[in-house]
Write a protein that binds this ligand. Structure first.
Ligand SMILES: [Ca+2]
Ligand SMILES: [Ca+2]
Length: 477
Protein backbone atom coordinates (compact mmCIF):
# COMPACT_ATOMS: atom_id res chain seq x y z
CA UNK A 1 0.00 0.00 0.00
CA UNK A 2 1.49 3.31 -0.93
CA UNK A 3 1.18 6.62 0.83
CA UNK A 4 -1.64 7.95 -1.36
CA UNK A 5 -3.74 4.82 -0.90
CA UNK A 6 -3.35 5.13 2.83
CA UNK A 7 -4.60 8.69 2.67
CA UNK A 8 -7.68 7.52 0.79
CA UNK A 9 -8.42 4.95 3.46
CA UNK A 10 -8.05 7.67 6.04
CA UNK A 11 -10.64 9.69 4.12
CA UNK A 12 -13.14 6.85 4.27
CA UNK A 13 -12.87 5.81 7.88
CA UNK A 14 -11.17 8.70 9.56
CA UNK A 15 -13.41 8.92 12.58
CA UNK A 16 -12.19 5.56 13.92
CA UNK A 17 -8.61 6.59 14.41
CA UNK A 18 -6.91 7.70 17.55
CA UNK A 19 -5.52 11.23 17.65
CA UNK A 20 -1.90 11.88 18.47
CA UNK A 21 -1.35 15.16 20.24
CA UNK A 22 -0.15 16.87 23.34
CA UNK A 23 -2.39 16.43 26.38
CA UNK A 24 -0.56 18.11 29.26
CA UNK A 25 -2.94 20.00 31.54
CA UNK A 26 -2.62 22.19 34.59
CA UNK A 27 -5.89 21.57 36.37
CA UNK A 28 -5.36 23.72 39.44
CA UNK A 29 -3.18 26.70 40.32
CA UNK A 30 -3.06 28.99 43.35
CA UNK A 31 -0.76 31.61 44.80
CA UNK A 32 0.05 31.22 48.49
CA UNK A 33 1.01 34.29 50.53
CA UNK A 34 4.02 34.47 52.80
CA UNK A 35 3.14 33.58 56.40
CA UNK A 36 5.65 33.11 59.21
CA UNK A 37 8.48 31.02 57.72
CA UNK A 38 6.45 30.19 54.64
CA UNK A 39 7.65 31.95 51.48
CA UNK A 40 5.25 33.24 48.79
CA UNK A 41 4.65 30.27 46.50
CA UNK A 42 2.67 28.90 43.61
CA UNK A 43 0.98 25.52 43.96
CA UNK A 44 -0.25 23.68 40.90
CA UNK A 45 -1.59 20.33 39.77
CA UNK A 46 -0.27 18.96 36.48
CA UNK A 47 -1.03 15.81 34.51
CA UNK A 48 -0.07 14.27 31.19
CA UNK A 49 -0.37 10.89 29.50
CA UNK A 50 2.18 8.44 28.09
CA UNK A 51 5.16 9.79 29.98
CA UNK A 52 8.38 7.78 30.11
CA UNK A 53 11.66 7.55 31.93
CA UNK A 54 13.81 4.73 30.52
CA UNK A 55 17.44 3.80 29.88
CA UNK A 56 17.63 6.17 26.96
CA UNK A 57 15.98 9.36 28.22
CA UNK A 58 12.80 10.83 29.69
CA UNK A 59 10.07 13.27 28.85
CA UNK A 60 9.17 16.28 31.00
CA UNK A 61 6.84 19.25 31.20
CA UNK A 62 8.14 22.80 31.04
CA UNK A 63 5.89 24.96 33.22
CA UNK A 64 5.93 28.75 33.39
CA UNK A 65 3.63 31.42 34.76
CA UNK A 66 2.35 34.81 33.74
CA UNK A 67 1.20 37.26 36.38
CA UNK A 68 -1.89 39.21 35.40
CA UNK A 69 -1.86 42.36 37.51
CA UNK A 70 -4.94 43.93 36.01
CA UNK A 71 -3.19 46.60 33.97
CA UNK A 72 -0.58 44.31 32.35
CA UNK A 73 0.79 40.79 32.32
CA UNK A 74 4.38 40.02 33.29
CA UNK A 75 6.49 36.93 33.54
CA UNK A 76 6.47 35.33 37.00
CA UNK A 77 10.01 34.33 37.96
CA UNK A 78 10.62 31.46 40.36
CA UNK A 79 13.39 30.86 42.88
CA UNK A 80 16.05 28.47 41.55
CA UNK A 81 16.66 25.55 43.88
CA UNK A 82 13.09 25.54 45.18
CA UNK A 83 10.24 23.38 44.00
CA UNK A 84 8.99 20.06 45.28
CA UNK A 85 6.30 17.48 44.85
CA UNK A 86 3.47 17.75 47.43
CA UNK A 87 1.61 14.63 46.30
CA UNK A 88 1.31 12.27 43.33
CA UNK A 89 -1.72 10.71 41.64
CA UNK A 90 -1.04 7.19 42.88
CA UNK A 91 1.73 5.13 44.45
CA UNK A 92 2.76 3.48 41.16
CA UNK A 93 3.98 6.82 39.83
CA UNK A 94 7.59 7.82 40.49
CA UNK A 95 8.28 10.81 42.72
CA UNK A 96 8.51 13.95 40.60
CA UNK A 97 11.77 15.71 39.86
CA UNK A 98 11.13 19.44 40.06
CA UNK A 99 13.91 21.59 38.58
CA UNK A 100 13.54 25.37 38.47
CA UNK A 101 15.69 26.80 35.64
CA UNK A 102 18.84 28.70 36.67
CA UNK A 103 17.32 31.97 35.48
CA UNK A 104 14.03 31.24 37.31
CA UNK A 105 11.95 31.57 34.14
CA UNK A 106 10.16 28.24 34.56
CA UNK A 107 10.34 24.76 35.99
CA UNK A 108 10.85 21.27 34.55
CA UNK A 109 8.67 18.55 36.09
CA UNK A 110 9.23 14.86 35.29
CA UNK A 111 9.00 11.37 36.68
CA UNK A 112 12.26 10.90 38.56
CA UNK A 113 12.77 7.15 38.07
CA UNK A 114 12.02 4.40 35.53
CA UNK A 115 8.39 4.55 34.50
CA UNK A 116 5.97 4.38 31.61
CA UNK A 117 2.47 5.75 31.86
CA UNK A 118 0.34 8.71 32.90
CA UNK A 119 1.54 11.23 35.49
CA UNK A 120 -0.36 13.40 37.96
CA UNK A 121 1.44 15.66 40.44
CA UNK A 122 0.77 18.49 42.84
CA UNK A 123 3.83 20.75 42.94
CA UNK A 124 4.88 23.80 44.92
CA UNK A 125 7.49 26.35 43.81
CA UNK A 126 8.66 29.57 45.47
CA UNK A 127 8.13 32.90 43.76
CA UNK A 128 11.07 35.21 43.15
CA UNK A 129 9.73 38.43 44.66
CA UNK A 130 12.79 40.43 43.61
CA UNK A 131 12.52 39.74 39.88
CA UNK A 132 8.71 39.74 39.98
CA UNK A 133 7.61 41.98 42.87
CA UNK A 134 4.42 41.02 44.69
CA UNK A 135 1.42 43.27 44.32
CA UNK A 136 -0.99 43.72 47.19
CA UNK A 137 -3.95 44.45 44.96
CA UNK A 138 -5.31 42.40 42.09
CA UNK A 139 -3.18 39.59 40.76
CA UNK A 140 -3.92 36.35 38.99
CA UNK A 141 -1.44 33.67 37.95
CA UNK A 142 -1.88 32.12 34.52
CA UNK A 143 0.06 28.85 33.99
CA UNK A 144 1.33 27.31 30.76
CA UNK A 145 2.82 23.84 30.24
CA UNK A 146 4.65 22.30 27.28
CA UNK A 147 5.63 18.64 26.89
CA UNK A 148 9.35 18.28 26.25
CA UNK A 149 11.82 15.47 25.56
CA UNK A 150 15.22 15.27 27.22
CA UNK A 151 18.08 14.75 24.75
CA UNK A 152 21.06 13.52 26.80
CA UNK A 153 24.69 14.52 26.38
CA UNK A 154 26.64 12.49 23.83
CA UNK A 155 28.27 12.14 20.44
CA UNK A 156 26.38 11.77 17.18
CA UNK A 157 27.00 11.86 13.43
CA UNK A 158 25.94 14.39 10.80
CA UNK A 159 25.17 13.44 7.20
CA UNK A 160 24.00 10.48 5.13
CA UNK A 161 26.18 7.65 3.76
CA UNK A 162 24.23 7.65 0.49
CA UNK A 163 25.98 9.94 -2.05
CA UNK A 164 22.56 10.92 -3.39
CA UNK A 165 22.10 13.02 -0.24
CA UNK A 166 24.93 15.31 -1.42
CA UNK A 167 22.53 16.71 -4.03
CA UNK A 168 20.33 17.86 -1.14
CA UNK A 169 22.98 19.80 0.75
CA UNK A 170 23.80 17.04 3.27
CA UNK A 171 26.87 17.59 5.47
CA UNK A 172 30.02 15.52 4.97
CA UNK A 173 33.72 15.56 5.66
CA UNK A 174 35.80 16.95 2.80
CA UNK A 175 38.80 15.13 1.29
CA UNK A 176 40.82 18.29 0.59
CA UNK A 177 39.21 19.03 -2.76
CA UNK A 178 35.61 19.38 -1.67
CA UNK A 179 34.69 15.74 -2.30
CA UNK A 180 32.98 13.32 0.06
CA UNK A 181 35.37 11.66 2.50
CA UNK A 182 32.97 10.27 5.12
CA UNK A 183 30.58 11.72 7.66
CA UNK A 184 31.18 14.23 10.45
CA UNK A 185 31.11 13.11 14.06
CA UNK A 186 30.29 15.68 16.77
CA UNK A 187 32.26 14.65 19.85
CA UNK A 188 32.18 17.76 22.04
CA UNK A 189 30.11 20.89 22.57
CA UNK A 190 33.00 23.32 22.82
CA UNK A 191 34.78 22.92 19.50
CA UNK A 192 35.19 25.23 16.56
CA UNK A 193 34.24 23.38 13.39
CA UNK A 194 36.06 24.38 10.21
CA UNK A 195 33.89 24.57 7.07
CA UNK A 196 35.29 24.34 3.55
CA UNK A 197 36.93 22.05 1.00
CA UNK A 198 40.07 21.58 3.14
CA UNK A 199 40.83 18.04 4.23
CA UNK A 200 38.83 17.02 7.30
CA UNK A 201 36.56 20.11 7.27
CA UNK A 202 32.78 19.97 7.33
CA UNK A 203 31.42 20.69 3.86
CA UNK A 204 28.26 20.51 1.77
CA UNK A 205 27.20 21.11 -1.79
CA UNK A 206 25.27 24.31 -2.37
CA UNK A 207 23.55 24.86 -5.65
CA UNK A 208 22.21 28.17 -4.39
CA UNK A 209 23.69 29.83 -1.31
CA UNK A 210 20.33 31.23 -0.30
CA UNK A 211 18.89 27.70 -0.01
CA UNK A 212 21.72 25.39 1.12
CA UNK A 213 24.16 27.93 2.55
CA UNK A 214 27.37 29.85 1.84
CA UNK A 215 29.78 26.92 2.54
CA UNK A 216 31.66 29.27 4.88
CA UNK A 217 32.85 28.84 8.43
CA UNK A 218 34.00 28.26 10.97
CA UNK A 219 31.10 27.23 13.17
CA UNK A 220 32.11 28.86 16.47
CA UNK A 221 32.58 26.89 19.68
CA UNK A 222 29.60 28.75 21.24
CA UNK A 223 27.17 27.51 18.56
CA UNK A 224 24.82 24.91 20.14
CA UNK A 225 26.01 21.64 18.59
CA UNK A 226 23.73 19.09 20.18
CA UNK A 227 26.48 17.35 22.14
CA UNK A 228 25.41 18.80 25.50
CA UNK A 229 22.04 17.84 26.94
CA UNK A 230 19.01 19.86 25.92
CA UNK A 231 15.23 19.67 26.00
CA UNK A 232 13.17 19.89 22.82
CA UNK A 233 9.38 20.11 22.47
CA UNK A 234 7.83 16.63 22.04
CA UNK A 235 5.26 17.97 19.55
CA UNK A 236 4.99 21.03 17.35
CA UNK A 237 3.49 24.17 18.96
CA UNK A 238 -0.24 23.61 19.48
CA UNK A 239 -3.09 25.96 18.65
CA UNK A 240 -4.20 26.04 22.28
CA UNK A 241 -0.78 27.25 23.34
CA UNK A 242 -0.65 29.85 20.59
CA UNK A 243 -4.12 31.15 21.54
CA UNK A 244 -2.97 31.43 25.16
CA UNK A 245 0.07 33.37 23.99
CA UNK A 246 -2.13 35.76 21.97
CA UNK A 247 -4.35 36.34 25.01
CA UNK A 248 -1.48 37.14 27.37
CA UNK A 249 0.81 39.42 25.34
CA UNK A 250 -1.41 42.50 25.30
CA UNK A 251 -3.78 43.61 22.56
CA UNK A 252 -1.22 45.64 20.59
CA UNK A 253 1.22 42.74 20.29
CA UNK A 254 -1.67 40.36 19.57
CA UNK A 255 -2.69 42.35 16.48
CA UNK A 256 0.82 41.74 15.12
CA UNK A 257 0.96 38.04 16.07
CA UNK A 258 -2.56 36.95 15.21
CA UNK A 259 -2.24 34.31 12.46
CA UNK A 260 -5.80 33.53 11.39
CA UNK A 261 -6.17 35.96 8.49
CA UNK A 262 -5.53 33.69 5.50
CA UNK A 263 -8.50 32.51 3.39
CA UNK A 264 -6.99 28.99 3.59
CA UNK A 265 -6.41 29.00 7.35
CA UNK A 266 -9.43 26.88 8.27
CA UNK A 267 -9.04 24.59 5.26
CA UNK A 268 -5.59 23.64 6.54
CA UNK A 269 -6.79 22.95 10.06
CA UNK A 270 -6.55 26.36 11.72
CA UNK A 271 -9.18 26.78 14.45
CA UNK A 272 -8.18 29.89 16.40
CA UNK A 273 -10.88 32.57 16.39
CA UNK A 274 -11.80 35.65 18.37
CA UNK A 275 -14.81 35.21 20.69
CA UNK A 276 -15.93 37.89 23.14
CA UNK A 277 -12.52 39.53 23.03
CA UNK A 278 -10.55 36.32 23.65
CA UNK A 279 -8.64 34.07 21.25
CA UNK A 280 -10.07 30.57 21.40
CA UNK A 281 -8.69 27.43 19.71
CA UNK A 282 -11.42 25.05 18.51
CA UNK A 283 -8.85 22.21 18.42
CA UNK A 284 -6.36 23.24 21.12
CA UNK A 285 -4.15 20.11 20.84
CA UNK A 286 -3.66 20.40 17.09
CA UNK A 287 -0.42 21.72 15.52
CA UNK A 288 -0.48 25.46 15.01
CA UNK A 289 -0.48 26.32 11.31
CA UNK A 290 0.22 29.58 9.52
CA UNK A 291 2.88 31.18 11.60
CA UNK A 292 6.12 32.66 10.42
CA UNK A 293 9.56 33.13 11.91
CA UNK A 294 8.86 36.33 13.84
CA UNK A 295 5.68 34.81 15.33
CA UNK A 296 7.75 31.80 16.35
CA UNK A 297 10.51 33.85 17.95
CA UNK A 298 7.97 35.97 19.85
CA UNK A 299 6.33 32.78 21.13
CA UNK A 300 9.74 31.32 22.05
CA UNK A 301 10.90 34.42 23.94
CA UNK A 302 7.54 34.56 25.77
CA UNK A 303 7.85 30.85 26.73
CA UNK A 304 11.47 31.37 27.92
CA UNK A 305 12.76 28.79 25.45
CA UNK A 306 15.12 29.18 22.47
CA UNK A 307 15.21 28.13 18.82
CA UNK A 308 17.29 25.03 18.08
CA UNK A 309 19.99 24.38 15.51
CA UNK A 310 20.51 22.14 12.46
CA UNK A 311 22.95 20.06 14.49
CA UNK A 312 20.46 19.66 17.35
CA UNK A 313 17.85 18.58 14.80
CA UNK A 314 20.14 15.74 13.74
CA UNK A 315 20.94 14.73 17.32
CA UNK A 316 17.25 14.72 18.32
CA UNK A 317 16.43 12.66 15.21
CA UNK A 318 18.99 9.83 15.25
CA UNK A 319 20.84 10.07 18.56
CA UNK A 320 24.11 8.10 18.65
CA UNK A 321 22.98 5.45 16.15
CA UNK A 322 25.00 4.78 13.01
CA UNK A 323 23.57 6.70 10.03
CA UNK A 324 21.91 4.69 7.30
CA UNK A 325 21.20 5.65 3.69
CA UNK A 326 18.16 7.94 3.26
CA UNK A 327 17.51 7.67 6.97
CA UNK A 328 14.33 9.12 8.47
CA UNK A 329 14.11 9.95 12.20
CA UNK A 330 12.34 6.62 12.84
CA UNK A 331 15.52 4.67 11.99
CA UNK A 332 14.43 3.50 8.56
CA UNK A 333 15.16 4.36 4.94
CA UNK A 334 11.50 4.06 4.14
CA UNK A 335 8.20 5.80 4.86
CA UNK A 336 6.17 2.62 4.25
CA UNK A 337 5.64 1.75 7.91
CA UNK A 338 4.69 5.30 8.90
CA UNK A 339 1.09 5.11 10.10
CA UNK A 340 0.78 8.64 11.45
CA UNK A 341 -1.25 10.79 9.10
CA UNK A 342 -2.83 14.18 9.00
CA UNK A 343 -6.46 13.29 8.41
CA UNK A 344 -7.60 15.28 5.38
CA UNK A 345 -11.13 15.62 6.77
CA UNK A 346 -10.55 16.49 10.41
CA UNK A 347 -6.95 17.77 9.98
CA UNK A 348 -6.03 15.89 13.17
CA UNK A 349 -2.99 13.64 13.35
CA UNK A 350 -4.19 10.07 13.52
CA UNK A 351 -2.63 6.61 13.71
CA UNK A 352 -3.89 4.36 10.93
CA UNK A 353 -2.67 1.16 12.56
CA UNK A 354 -4.95 1.33 15.59
CA UNK A 355 -2.03 1.79 17.95
CA UNK A 356 -2.12 4.60 20.49
CA UNK A 357 0.76 6.57 21.91
CA UNK A 358 0.75 4.25 24.93
CA UNK A 359 1.93 1.47 22.57
CA UNK A 360 4.99 3.35 21.30
CA UNK A 361 8.14 1.26 21.69
CA UNK A 362 11.59 0.92 20.16
CA UNK A 363 10.29 -1.85 17.88
CA UNK A 364 7.37 0.12 16.40
CA UNK A 365 8.57 3.70 16.38
CA UNK A 366 8.67 3.65 12.55
CA UNK A 367 4.86 3.46 12.67
CA UNK A 368 4.67 6.55 14.85
CA UNK A 369 7.39 8.46 13.03
CA UNK A 370 9.02 8.90 16.43
CA UNK A 371 12.70 9.79 16.62
CA UNK A 372 15.43 7.89 18.49
CA UNK A 373 14.45 9.88 21.60
CA UNK A 374 10.70 9.72 20.83
CA UNK A 375 10.36 13.27 19.59
CA UNK A 376 7.27 13.36 17.35
CA UNK A 377 7.03 14.73 13.79
CA UNK A 378 10.67 15.76 13.36
CA UNK A 379 10.12 14.69 9.77
CA UNK A 380 6.76 15.66 8.38
CA UNK A 381 3.75 17.61 9.60
CA UNK A 382 5.15 21.16 9.84
CA UNK A 383 8.66 22.01 8.64
CA UNK A 384 11.23 22.25 11.42
CA UNK A 385 12.59 25.79 11.37
CA UNK A 386 16.10 25.65 12.79
CA UNK A 387 19.12 27.90 13.19
CA UNK A 388 21.32 27.33 10.11
CA UNK A 389 25.08 26.97 9.85
CA UNK A 390 24.74 28.20 6.26
CA UNK A 391 25.17 31.93 6.88
CA UNK A 392 26.93 34.28 9.29
CA UNK A 393 23.76 35.22 11.19
CA UNK A 394 22.98 31.59 12.02
CA UNK A 395 26.59 30.78 12.90
CA UNK A 396 26.63 33.68 15.40
CA UNK A 397 23.78 32.09 17.41
CA UNK A 398 24.89 31.20 20.93
CA UNK A 399 21.78 29.61 22.40
CA UNK A 400 20.62 32.47 24.63
CA UNK A 401 17.20 31.75 26.19
CA UNK A 402 14.17 34.01 25.98
CA UNK A 403 13.35 35.88 29.19
CA UNK A 404 9.56 35.55 29.19
CA UNK A 405 8.71 38.96 27.81
CA UNK A 406 8.51 40.44 24.33
CA UNK A 407 8.39 43.98 22.99
CA UNK A 408 5.26 46.14 23.07
CA UNK A 409 4.97 45.57 19.33
CA UNK A 410 5.08 41.80 19.70
CA UNK A 411 8.68 41.01 18.74
CA UNK A 412 11.24 38.81 20.45
CA UNK A 413 14.08 40.89 21.86
CA UNK A 414 16.83 38.38 22.55
CA UNK A 415 20.40 39.10 21.55
CA UNK A 416 21.62 36.92 18.69
CA UNK A 417 18.28 35.50 17.55
CA UNK A 418 17.60 35.86 13.80
CA UNK A 419 14.71 38.14 12.82
CA UNK A 420 12.52 38.48 9.76
CA UNK A 421 11.08 36.17 7.13
CA UNK A 422 12.32 38.04 4.07
CA UNK A 423 15.56 36.15 3.45
CA UNK A 424 17.58 38.16 5.95
CA UNK A 425 19.44 35.05 7.12
CA UNK A 426 19.86 33.00 10.28
CA UNK A 427 17.66 29.96 9.91
CA UNK A 428 16.44 27.30 7.51
CA UNK A 429 14.09 24.37 7.08
CA UNK A 430 14.58 20.68 7.88
CA UNK A 431 12.44 17.53 7.95
CA UNK A 432 9.92 18.33 5.23
CA UNK A 433 6.35 19.59 5.54
CA UNK A 434 2.81 18.56 4.75
CA UNK A 435 1.20 20.61 1.99
CA UNK A 436 -2.17 18.88 1.86
CA UNK A 437 -3.54 15.75 0.18
CA UNK A 438 -3.14 17.04 -3.35
CA UNK A 439 0.51 17.91 -2.82
CA UNK A 440 2.87 15.80 -4.89
CA UNK A 441 5.04 13.40 -2.86
CA UNK A 442 8.59 14.75 -3.09
CA UNK A 443 11.85 14.75 -1.17
CA UNK A 444 10.36 17.37 1.15
CA UNK A 445 6.57 16.75 1.05
CA UNK A 446 5.59 15.43 3.46
CA UNK A 447 8.87 13.93 4.80
CA UNK A 448 12.57 14.54 4.25
CA UNK A 449 15.38 12.22 5.31
CA UNK A 450 17.28 13.54 8.36
CA UNK A 451 20.32 14.79 6.46
CA UNK A 452 18.52 16.58 3.61
CA UNK A 453 19.10 20.33 3.62
CA UNK A 454 17.27 21.37 0.44
CA UNK A 455 16.17 24.54 2.25
CA UNK A 456 18.58 24.28 5.20
CA UNK A 457 19.65 27.92 4.92
CA UNK A 458 16.54 29.56 3.46
CA UNK A 459 15.33 32.19 5.91
CA UNK A 460 12.25 33.14 3.92
CA UNK A 461 8.54 32.46 3.95
CA UNK A 462 5.46 34.23 5.30
CA UNK A 463 2.65 32.35 7.08
CA UNK A 464 1.89 29.05 5.32
CA UNK A 465 -0.05 25.81 5.83
CA UNK A 466 3.21 23.85 6.24
CA UNK A 467 4.98 26.34 8.50
CA UNK A 468 4.89 25.49 12.18
CA UNK A 469 7.50 25.22 14.81
CA UNK A 470 8.98 23.75 17.97
CA UNK A 471 11.43 25.24 20.45
CA UNK A 472 14.13 23.95 22.78
CA UNK A 473 15.96 24.79 26.00
CA UNK A 474 19.48 23.94 27.14
CA UNK A 475 19.19 21.42 29.98
CA UNK A 476 20.13 22.56 33.50
CA UNK A 477 23.64 21.33 34.41
CA1 LIG B 1 7.79 18.61 11.74
CA1 LIG C 1 12.53 39.02 25.76
Amino acid sequence: MNWKEVILIALMVSSNFVCMATDVKITYVETVSAFGDRPPSINFTIEWENSWNNDRNHDASWVFFKLDQGYNTTHQFLKPGTGKMVWKGDSSMPDAKVEVADDGSGVFVYGGSKYRGDLLYHITVERDTVKTPLRTRFERVEPAAIEMVYIPEGSFTLGDPDKKALNFGAFYQSDGEGNFDGLVEITSEIQEIPVGPESGSLYYQSEEKIYQGDQQGPIPSEFPKGYDAFYIMKYEVSQGLYAKFLNLIGSTAATVRVNLGSPNYEKHGGTISLKDGKYVAGAPERRNVYFHWDDMMAFTDWAALRPYTEFEFTKASRGPSKPMAQEYPWNSSSIDEMALRIDPVTQNQVMLSGLTEADLSESNRAQFGASYYWVMNLAGSMWEKVITVGDEVGRAFTGVHGDGSISYYGFADVEGWPEGFQEVKGYGYRGGGYYGVKGEITDFNPFSPIAYRTYGAWSGGPRNAAYGYRAARTAPK
